[in-house]
Design a protein around this ligand. Structure first.
Ligand code: ADP
Length: 146
């Protein structure tokens, strides 16, 4: 049986830090589903279809990566996709506290485990919100994107 992991996030935009987590998750699982979560009440910086399309381009030559959008509870989407776990990245203590709570609730609700990968030092300070801020002020953001 193929071992599939879900990597959920907003990916608005998808950065080198996210790409690093995907590549490392491919070393642990047979397949990675990048799940772009969206909220019907709140449109992001880029529309969700645009985010999905640009992430698909990044992994055009990697058949073990799939990219999909979803709304609602992440654990429901994990089950829908037949994944066995969730993977998330941790950059800071604040990330860690948040991710611990999420992981605990998700495991209690469904038994689905979350694997937390520590951010690689060279990408640890990259966040989608900083990239959006730079773009807003017309800075070149290409060095932060895969
Ligand atoms: P969310 O809105 O769910 O936090 P993000 O798109 O901001 O979604 O992040 C998705 C996941 O990627 C989260 O687990 C986040 O901690 C992780 N992540 C974000 N940036 C990095 C980075 N530079 N290095 C490693 N992990 C990261």
């Amino acid at each position: 049986m193929k071992r599939k992991v879900l990597f959920p996030g907003s990916f608005d935009p998808f950065t080198l830090g996210h790409d690093d987590i995907v590549k490392r998750a491919l070393g642990l699982f047979d397949e990675v589903v990048i799940a772009v979560g969206y909220n019907e009440q709140k449109t992001g910086w880029k529309p969700v279809e645009e985010r999905v399309a640009s992430i698909k381009k990044v992994y055009a030559d990697e058949p073990r990566v799939r990219v999909e959008s979803y709304t609602g509870l992440t654990v429901d989407f994990v089950k829908e996709k037949g994944a066995t776990a969730i993977v998330r990245g941790v950059r800071t203590m604040a990330d860690f506290e948040y991710e611990m709570q999420l992981a605990d609730v998700n495991r209690q609700l469904t038994g689905i485990e979350t694997i937390l990968l520590p951010a690689s030092p060279q990408y640890a300070s990259i966040s989608s919100s900083i990239v959006r801020e730079l773009a807003h002020f017309h800075h070149d953001i290409s060095t932060f994107l895969p």
